[in-house]
Design a binder for this molecule. Structure first.
Ligand SMILES: Nc1ncnc2c1ncn2[C@@H]1O[C@H](COP(=O)(O)OP(=O)(O)OP(=O)(O)O)[C@@H](O)[C@H]1O
Length: 579
């Protein structure tokens, strides 16, 4: 149970206290009518059993007056309990979602790459919705449902212990059933949650890939995958309800069996003279009221368990260790790869014992066949992953000890596939520097050759961009990302195939933007077309994760090696055309 509360409160069970306390007070206030009804019953019975005793009308008036006055504290305590539980629920889930998003940002891309984005989305939305439900409904319901049975049992023990025991005789068995099926429910919940994730993932894939699905006429096959995932989800939903339902019902029936057990024992005790009729009737009256909160308790517990299993998945991610390190890296220093070996997966080495220096404030180009490890080098400089052996240093500072956030302040990255947020162009450029002024943003956009095209848009800088930048051309997105980098003004610039897929006009504009960006910076540029990096200060040629050549363009074309061959091939390809 402790575990459930720990998980459901995102590791902070104390946040549940205010709502639990107010539910407890509310539950106690709700006891008052039950006590009064017993008293009213007694008052009537006394005069009914002995006609010589007059009916105590004053007592009945007082009881009804107390019941009317009781409505006010009952109303106040319900409102307070309701507000506190909802406040706690939204606070716990909002805090949890923010913490999770913050934590995910700090995890290595290696970890995130191994997780399905749809699963993380689902975690943020559905899992936390269950947490909300647990905190707002199930925890307070359980607390207030526990008050009446516990106090009733304690009180009734003094009246007649045999009857009190009879009332709760089947309770241990009901609790045992619920406890014994805990593992079983965990398994069913886990499968159900997994099926939900798969369905969400398939749906996301289907909607995101709708262009490819139409272009390649894959509707049937992709839709089939989606349909199968929904059917699987339906099967798991039926299984969890179909199997857990009867178990829960059995526990509820056992609790309710307290009533016939009481009647059975009570009749025997009355006949035996050990129980008076009014006390017997009082037990039946209380019994009927006691079983209701107990069934609510059981149902809420089942729901809480399901929510807690969802929350457990969130907690597992929260326990993943983020990249460690607190050192600041120095600006404008050489980047040194010293006998670096790296693999994404355990077995396959992508970089093998590789050593080279990227001189500060110079342009270094990375060249080599597809899959030789060029992009990997840029990602390692940004510490998206940590290496397995060797050392990467910036100046004297070892990268694995650097604070990842501080390190990224030194780096601007321009990728081939630029991602723009569904926001205004202005805010998309601002990503480079959150507190930039309008003048700074426009200045960066001018240098990045995108001011004119932005101004030609209907709302200029305030034009909304579709998710992922779907409403802009490749070249336009590219220039906006360069404007971001210009605004950030970091001392290390990583350019990954920035002009590869552009038409000549766009390429020229982007090239001019890049020229503005790289002045006085440490630049690492990846380019397949060698003519774009002819002027680089240093060219590093990679093949299968190893450094095979290093030098300037002129030095490398002179030598008989990979670079000279690639250069030759590209020169010949310039003359090709489709016949
Ligand atoms: N996230 C990843 N997980 C697992 N393997 C990866 C990952 N990213 C890249 N790889 C593998 O690492 C190797 C090097 O990839 P990398 O992207 O660094 O090559 P590249 O030289 O930049 O290739 P290209 O010119 O085609 O972009 C490839 O075999 C690739 O399949």
């Amino acid at each position: 149970m402790n575990n459930y509360l720990y998980n459901i409160s995102s590791g902070n069970p104390r946040s549940l206290w205010p709502s639990a306390w107010s539910s407890l007070v509310e539950g106690m206030i709700r006891l008052i009518p039950a006590i009064l009804i017993i008293d009213v019953f007694n008052t009537i019975y006394v005069s009914f059993a002995d006609p010589a005793t007059p009916l105590n009308i004053t007592r009945l008036w007082i009881s009804s007056l107390i019941l009317i006055i009781w409505l006010l504290p009952q109303f106040i305590s319900s409102v307070v309990a309701y507000n506190r539980s909802f406040l706690a629920a939204y606070q716990v889930s909002a805090d949890g979602r923010i913490k999770l998003a913050e934590h995910i940002r700090k995890l290595s891309l290696g970890f995130l790459g191994s997780r399905d984005p749809a699963e993380l989305t689902n975690m943020m939305l559905s899992d936390y919705a269950l947490v909300e439900q647990g905190v707002s409904h199930h925890v307070p319901q359980m607390v207030s449902s526990i008050v009446f049975p516990v106090l009733a049992f304690a009180g009734l023990l003094f009246v007649n212990w045999q009857m009190a025991v009879a009332m709760f005789l089947a309770l241990p068995l009901a609790v045992l059933i619920v406890w014994a099926t805990d593992r079983f429910q965990e398994k069913l919940s886990k499968n159900h949650i997994e099926a939900k994730n798969v369905a969400a993932s398939r749906l996301q894939e289907y909607l995101r890939g709708i262009r490819e699905i139409k272009a390649h006429n894959m509707g049937g096959e992709r839709f089939e995958r989606l349909r199968r995932s929904f059917e699987e989800l339906m099967r798991h939903s039926i299984r969890i309800e179909g199997l857990m339902g009867p178990i829960l019902m059995a526990a509820i029936v056992l609790i309710r069996s307290g009533l016939p057990i009481m009647i059975f024992f009570g009749t025997y005790l009355v006949i035996d003279g050990q129980l008076t009729l009014p006390v017997f009737l009082m037990f039946l009256l209380v019994g009927v009221r006691v079983f209701e909160p107990m069934t609510v308790l059981l149902t809420s517990y089942g729901e809480l368990r399901y929510g807690a299993f969802s929350a457990k998945r969130v907690m597992a991610i929260m326990k993943e260790k983020p990249l460690s390190g607190d050192r600041e890296v120095p600006a404008h220093k050489d980047i040194i790869f010293d006998q670096v070996t790296f693999s994404y997966q355990d077995d396959e080495q992508v970089l093998r014992n590789i050593s080279f220096t990227i001189p500060a404030n110079k342009i270094t180009a990375l060249v080599g066949p597809s899959g030789s490890g060029k992009s990997t080098i840029t990602k390692l400089i940004a510490r998206f992953w940590d290496i397995q052996s060797g050392e990467i240093r910036i100046g004297e500072e070892v990268l694995s000890k650097a604070d990842p956030e501080k390190l990224l302040r030194h780096i601007s990255m321009v990728f081939q596939d630029v991602y723009l947020f569904k926001d205004t162009i202005l805010n998309n450029i601002c990503v480079g520097k959150q507190n930039a002024t309008r003048e700074e943003i426009e200045e960066a956009a001018r240098k990045a050759q995108c001011h004119d095209f932005i101004m030609s848009l209907p709302q200029g800088y305030d034009t909304m961009v579709g998710e992922g930048g779907s409403t802009l051309s490749g070249g336009e997105k590219q220039r906006i990302s360069i404007a971001r980098a210009l605004l950030k003004d970091a001392d290390i610039i990583l350019l990954d195939e920035a002009t590869a897929s552009l038409d000549p006009e766009n390429e020229q504009a982007v090239q001019a933007a890049i020229n503005a960006l790289v002045v006085n910076k440490t630049v690492v540029i990846i380019a397949h077309r060698l003519k774009t990096i002819k002027e680089a200060d240093q060219i590093i040629v990679l093949d299968q994760g190893q450094l095979v050549q290093q030098g300037s363009h002129d030095q490398l074309v002179e030598k008989d090696g990979v670079y000279a061959r690639l250069w030759q091939l590209q020169q010949e390809a310039e003359g090709w055309s489709v016949q």
